[in-house]
Design a protein around this ligand. Structure first.
Ligand SMILES: NC(=O)c1ccc[n+]([C@@H]2O[C@H](COP(=O)([O-])OP(=O)(O)OC[C@H]3O[C@@H](n4cnc5c(N)ncnc54)[C@H](OP(=O)(O)O)[C@@H]3O)[C@@H](O)[C@H]2O)c1
Length: 214
């Protein structure tokens, strides 16, 4: 598949580049094209999140879009998902791309029901602004007609992929651990795994890493 990635210069976006080893091609659409890690199978297109013409050109010929955008929690900036998602949806329609997978967070929107203390407290305080941005942007996917899935990890880490991460539909999820943890490598692996899975279209998936054997 040819997969467009928004956020390829970030940590989860870089983790998703492992899709190359599965034979996929990546189109990295980035505001800082020079910061994209170059390798065979990576095509870099520069552009801003609200540039419909540039994003449509990047998405043309792609089979799917993966969004791994995010703001720095301690350095809040303008809303990112709320800015990006109208353009992503319009660019998908213009380019004929149906499949969209978006990195969100456990505790954003309806997935708050699965969050427990102490994580729930952080969601309601320190993370409230970025999580509002997630909800505002991702809610546009509902009714977009696209085959979307949102991925909701716990606190992200940069360890290796775990053998069997927990993947559960938010609508069927019980309470998650009070300190939920997800490796970015597991987020990337699950995104790739559900890429073709129509059962995940229109779903919000909680993803937690399996504890490593010691
Ligand atoms: N940290 C956690 O524990 C945690 C837990 C659950 C969910 N999440 C979610 O995961 C996401 C963060 O993932 P991450 O840690 O992989 O992020 P990251 O390393 O901080 O990367 C963020 C990406 O977003 C891009 N970006 C940010 N603002 C942009 C803008 N205005 N225009 C264009 N690109 C922009 C960055 O581009 P540049 O390189 O150009 O800056 C970068 O590629 C967030 O949505 C967050 O809510 C985080």
């Amino acid at each position: 598949m040819r997969i467009a990635v928004l956020g390829a210069t970030g940590r989860t976006g870089r983790a998703f580049l492992t899709a190359l080893s599965a034979g996929h091609e990546i189109v990295a659409y980035a505001r800082r094209p020079d910061a994209v890690v170059r390798s065979d199978g990576v095509h870099v297109v520069g552009g801003e999140l609200d540039d419909l013409e540039a994003m449509t050109a990047a998405l043309t010929g792609c089979d799917a879009v993966v969004v791994t955008l995010g703001v720095k929690v301690m350095r809040p900036t303008a809303p990112v998902l709320r800015t990006a998602m109208p353009t992503v949806i319009a660019a998908c329609r213009a380019a004929g791309v149906r499949r969209v997978i978006v990195l969100s967070a456990l505790g954003a929107g309806e997935t708050l029901a699965a969050a427990r203390l102490p994580y729930r407290l952080i969601v309601r305080t320190a993370l409230i602004a970025p999580f509002r941005d997630h909800v505002a942007g991702e809610s546009l996917l509902v009714g977009s007609g696209l085959d979307w899935t949102t991925i909701h990890p716990g606190l992200l880490g940069d360890g290796p992929a775990t053998a069997d991460p927990l993947v559960v539909d938010a609508g069927a999820a019980g309470a998650m651990p009070g300190w939920p943890h997800t490796e970015r490598a597991d987020v990337a692996a699950v995104m790739l795994r559900v890429m073709d899975d129509s059962a995940t279209f229109g779903r919000r998936l909680l993803v937690l890493s399996a504890p490593q054997a010691s």
